[in-house]
Ligand binder design. Structure first.
Ligand SMILES: [Mn+2]
Length: 358
């Protein structure tokens, strides 16, 4: 593994910082390969310190890379330990990823004006947004497992089952393919509930002719995947098919434009304009997509406000939708890897609306 702490150090050094404090658990994992620590202090020169409570101390020593593991005793306050270290290292300008307001105030009081604290979350995101080959291997695997979940979803879905019963089959199928867990709460939203983009799943029975939005994702070795398909339990009506086809075209249109250098908001606009022209603009109530990796929602965000320009190695979702309250919702989503000249879907599954008994 390339040393990510060193990469971060060269970035924050360039920004004129002489140290960086990482408190976000996922960032700490990203940088050290160990997920059970509570703080990581990186000075511009010298040793990195990883702060760990007793329960994870031995594991941290075995697993954490490129840092000195420091035990945080139960009777010692973490911010005081970190504050003392910052003083000892004479760090004048310290960047950090994110601190709770309580932690920030305590640290500021302890450092009494000798150290300037500067929120610099974007520095870590600059690294995390561009996936390495090793990360992509895991994301591909997460995508394949998710595809298996969707395959079983297609196979399982039939009128009479509850949404939760379908979700259970999906999750079991992914688990059997070595999923570490779901990326987020599985959505199986049927009938009028499909119009709620975050509808979750309930004990509602799926009825013949219901639109069913199924949004699922597996996690593999910490890396996440995200995919949605919309199905009708039975034969789709003309109106259902018509709206579905618009969403499908919108997704394909945005997908085709993916490549390095494209603006995130251009992609959002491509899908949105198609949906608007078809007369459903006001029913596309969210952005086109989001970055994904160790977390299910990461930068770069793909929406009309986004200032992001895509780079090769970004992994994003492309998920246009149309949600008509009282009628139903339609969303198609894939997890997509950005290459220099094109996008590549990491979530394999067919795009059929109607299916099962007709
Ligand atoms: Mn998503």
């Amino acid at each position: 593994m390339e040393d990510r702490i060193d990469s971060l150090r060269s970035i924050f050094k360039e920004k004129g910082l002489d140290g960086y404090l990482v408190l976000n658990n996922v960032n700490i994992f990203y940088l050290t390969g160990f997920s059970g620590a509570v703080g990581l202090l990186i000075p511009v020169k010298g040793e990195n310190t990883l702060y760990v409570y007793g329960v994870n101390y031995e594991q941290a020593k075995a697993e954490a890379k490129n840092c000195n593991v420091m035990l945080v005793e139960r009777n010692v306050k973490l911010e005081e330990m970190i504050g003392r270290k910052i003083k000892a290292l004479k760090i004048g300008k310290l960047g950090f990823d994110g601190l709770s307001s309580v932690f920030y105030l305590k640290l500021r009081r302890l450092l009494r004006g000798n150290t300037r604290l500067k929120a610099e979350n974007r520095l870590i995101w600059a690294l995390r947004k561009v996936k390495t080959g090793q990360e992509l291997e895991l994301m591909r695997k997460a995508g394949e497992i998710t595809g298996e979940g969707m395959r079983v979803a297609y196979e399982t879905l039939k009128p009479g089952l509850t949404e939760i019963e379908v979700a259970a089959e999906i999750e079991y199928a992914m688990r059997k393919k070595a999923s570490w867990g779901t990326s987020f709460e599985t959505i199986v939203a049927s009938g009028v509930r499909s119009a709620f983009p975050h509808g979750g799943c309930t004990e509602k029975q799926i009825r013949k002719g219901d639109i069913v939005v199924m949004d699922l994702g597996a996690t593999y070795k910490h890396y996440r995947s995200d995919m949605t398909r919309t199905l009708v339990a039975g034969k789709p009506s003309k109106k259902q098919q018509k709206i579905y086809d618009i969403v499908r075209k919108a997704q394909e249109k945005a997908f085709k434009r993916i490549r390095e250098g494209v603006r995130a908001r251009t992609l959002d606009a491509a899908a949105r304009r198609l949906i608007e022209k078809a007369g459903y603009g006001k029913y596309f109530v969210h952005g086109l997509g989001h970055g994904i990796g160790l977390e299910v929602h990461e930068p770069p965000t793909l929406n009309s406000q986004s200032k992001e320009v895509l780079k090769a190695g970004n992994v994003v979702t492309v998920e246009p939708g149309i949600y008509i309250v009282g009628f139903g919702g339609f969303r198609i989503e894939d997890t997509v890897l950005v290459h220099k000249e094109r996008g590549e879907r990491l979530t394999p599954a067919p795009y059929t609306l109607g299916y099962g008994q007709s």
